[in-house]
Design a protein around this ligand. Structure first.
Ligand SMILES: [Zn+2]
Length: 79
């Protein structure tokens, strides 16, 4: 994704204009009706097989773990 101050043209291309890949592509999914996490999903466009799912925010695992232990500081939310 472009920087926040990038031109409208760059944002238009990044958000709406996608390659139509024939095979595995990486997609950003938002689990709106579940845990509400953002996920990076590797999906094969030919057969819809999903080969990997990762949390989009690399620090979220640390945050979830810290919330479980009840030991949480502002630094836990830093990327
Ligand atoms: Zn979920």
């Amino acid at each position: 994704m472009p920087e926040l101050g990038a031109s409208k043209e760059l944002w238009l291309e990044a958000v709406f204009l996608r390659e139509n890949i024939d095979g595995v592509q990486y997609e950003l999914w938002h689990h709106v009706h579940g845990c509400r996490l953002w996920l990076i999903v590797a999906r094969n466009t030919i057969n819809h097989e999903i080969s990997s799912v990762k949390l989009a925010h690399h620090g979220i695992g640390r945050i979830l773990e810290a919330e479980e232990t009840g030991i949480l500081s502002d630094e836990d939310y830093l990327p």
